[in-house]
Design a protein around this ligand. Structure first.
Ligand code: ATP
Ligand code: HMH
Length: 227
């Protein structure tokens, strides 16, 4: 039987820890086929964001059309959306699907990844059509503390690790993957949290880069076969 298709609409992270790298690794670990629409390219590592280059709107729209026309994803997850036009496009094309919105406004390292007009577009267009939105506390405040059953504010956790770059991306991708497998929202949320904490524990002693390292997305699944 074919795996469910999940689409990630997000930006790249050259360091491989957050953004689409985290999304696609999480999809693979959780048994769904991942499609991806690239909204921006970031020059980034475990220490911070050096540059952000948005992909032209027409190219984002063409990627989205291609995936929606051919692969019919069961669930969609959004990460960094880069411009208000892209936020509006995603809202109009993805409404009605199982839609997980992770409003990426800042990197863990503090870099600003969304301007005020992007935040306004989230409030007006994307949050109202989300199945669930997963802002962290500071993103929740920046969005004006929206209320509703589909708003699930995320809060770190008690695992002591500096390898937490991209945990929000990993968490929202796991949520989308479990929704795509047919879980209801409370079940998908519990499984996503369990996946993130399990993988955070596996990678807590890794030393990749000089800053905040990545979550060990698929480590347990593959290490026996390739070591
Ligand atoms: N140190 C931790 N211990 C246990 N669970 C954690 C920890 N950090 C994150 N998590 C899990 O991951 C989820 C998302 O984390 P968090 O709220 O820190 O994301 P974020 O701030 O959006 O991350 P980022 O901006 O790096 O992508 C949390 O709801 C929690 O389930
Ligand atoms: C590309 C990208 N998306 C999301 C985040 C949030 O962690 C990041 N640092 N970089």
């Amino acid at each position: 039987m074919s795996p469910p298709v999940v689409l990630a609409i997000a930006a790249t992270d050259s360091g491989g820890g957050a953004g689409l790298a985290a999304d696609l690794a999480t999809f693979a670990a959780l048994g769904v086929h991942g499609a991806c629409v690239v909204t921006a390219v970031t020059a980034q590592d475990t220490l911070g964001v050096r540059a952000v280059h948005p992909v032209p709107f027409d190219v984002v729209a063409a990627q989205l059309d291609a995936v929606l026309d051919d692969l019919d994803p069961v669930a969609v997850k959004t990460g960094m959306l880069a411009t208000p036009e892209i936020v509006r496009l995603v809202a109009s094309r993805c409404a009605g699907r199982r839609l997980v919105v992770d409003p990426v406004l800042r990197a863990t390292t503090g870099a600003v990844l969304a301007t005020d007009d992007v935040i306004a577009a989230y409030r007006e267009h994307l949050l109202p059509v989300a199945t669930v939105a997963t802002p962290n506390e500071s993103e929740f405040a920046a969005l004006g503390r929206p209320s509703g059953p589909n708003i699930q504010v995320t809060r770190g956790g008690d695992i002591a690790t500096t390898n937490d770059h991209g945990t929000g991306c990993t968490h929202s991708s796991a949520l989308a993957a479990h929704l795509a497998h047919g879980a209801d929202l409370p079940t998908a949320a519990a499984r996503a949290a369990a996946y993130v904490s399990h993988q955070l524990r596996l990678g807590k002693d890794w030393t990749l880069g000089r800053g905040r390292g990545p979550v060990a997305h698929i480590h347990a699944t593959t290490q026996g076969e390739i070591a």
